[in-house]
Design a protein around this ligand. Structure first.
Ligand SMILES: [Zn+2]
Length: 359
């Protein structure tokens, strides 16, 4: 996707003003929630700074030699550092239900060797005589040694270089790194700005307002729901969970449905629903009010999955609050285990679903 996102405009203008005043720092930290296009902004800025004849508002022209090289991913003065692909050892692991379809896994961290290579790259003179630009993404996955190794470059940046650090969780970066970067903060755009943008891309049949709501206001997350059958699958999983809880679907069969598609995403749905269940259960509307106290909040609670409210209400009605908290913990644990360890996901899911059905 190579477009300008409307909620980036004020940030873009700020950066361009600094550029015009010759006050661009050597390191920018682009921080904010997932789904706002921080990476797109960083790429746009990198291309614009390398462009040989920038167009209006400081944007790249898209035509010059530099822009063509950039788009081809082969600009000699631009380097991208991301966690490298690692080959998982062994064939498909039957015990995890992994049929071997996706063996290439991203390693979790940016390592020191990558930063050493990067520092060497920045040390050379720019081939086209302009900026040397490095993009680190996600920068919050620098491991400790890599972050330390980056410090010297941040303290004494060589020549005209710019480091762009993109991070959804900037607090994970060492303070020493953060304090040497200028912060560009990305916030979720208003619905008035995000909704027309989203509707123009997915049409109105899919209920973009609801998608945006479920995405917590992050337009690119909402857009990703429209890809493939993710939105429909979420609904199907909710129906399947309902059947499990009411004893109409065997947990063993239900577990199969959960492991199909993107397991990590399916489990994120599960966690989101349980957070909503607690919101519903703890809501003052359902609780007796002690004498002398005013009713707290007569409004029904705001949910992350408002379109599933009737189902969620039903699921929240019976179990004690303690049980709902335990189930949320279990769902979070399940997600952590299934996304970070070699485990038998169907078996763990089956255990979770059986317990939920019994509760
Ligand atoms: Zn250009």
């Amino acid at each position: 996707m190579d477009e300008h996102l409307p909620w980036h405009d004020p940030l873009w203008q700020q950066v361009q003003q600094r550029r015009a005043a010759d006050r661009l720092p050597h390191a920018l930290l682009l921080a904010g929630p997932t789904g706002l296009g921080k990476l797109m902004f960083a790429r746009r800025l990198a291309q614009a700074l390398l462009c040989e004849s920038p167009a209006a508002e400081g944007n790249a022209c898209g035509q010059c030699r530099s822009c063509r090289l950039f788009r081809a991913g082969s600009h000699p003065d631009y380097s991208v550092v991301q966690p490298e692909d690692e080959q998982k050892s062994g064939e498909g692991d039957l015990s995890t239900g992994d049929t071997g379809s996706s063996k290439k896994k991203k390693s979790k961290v940016i390592k020191i060797d990558q930063i050493r290579d990067l520092c060497a790259f920045l040390g050379y003179t720019a081939q086209y005589g302009g900026y040397k630009i490095a993009l680190l993404e996600p920068a919050d996955q620098l491991n400790v040694n890599a972050a330390n190794s980056l410090l010297k470059t941040l303290e004494e940046p060589p020549g005209t270089c710019l480091l762009l650090l993109v991070a959804a969780r900037p607090a994970r970066l060492p303070a020493t790194v953060r304090s040497r970067c200028q912060l560009i903060r990305f916030d979720r755009p208003s619905v008035a700005l995000a909704l027309p943008w989203l509707t123009a891309r997915i049409g109105s049949d899919l209920n973009p307002a609801m998608m945006l709501d479920v995405a917590g206001g992050s337009p690119l997350v909402a857009l990703s729901y429209a890809e493939g059958d993710r939105w429909r699958r979420r609904r199907e999983l909710a129906e399947s969970y309902d059947q499990t809880l009411t004893g109409r679907l065997d947990p063993i069969l239900a577990a199969e449905a959960w492991t199909q598609g993107d397991l990590a995403e399916n489990l994120r749905w599960l966690i989101g629903w349980h957070t909503d269940l607690i919101r519903l259960r703890m809501n003052a509307v359902d609780q007796p009010i002690p004498q002398g106290l005013k009713p707290m909040n007569p409004e029904p609670p705001r949910l992350s999955h408002p379109d599933l409210r009737p189902l969620l209400r039903r699921w929240a009605a019976r179990p004690a609050p303690r049980v709902l908290f335990e189930r949320l913990d279990a769902a979070v644990r399940l997600h952590t285990l299934c996304t970070t360890a070699q485990v038998n996901a169907p078996l763990l899911l089956e255990a979770f679903l059986s317990e939920a059905a019994d509760g």
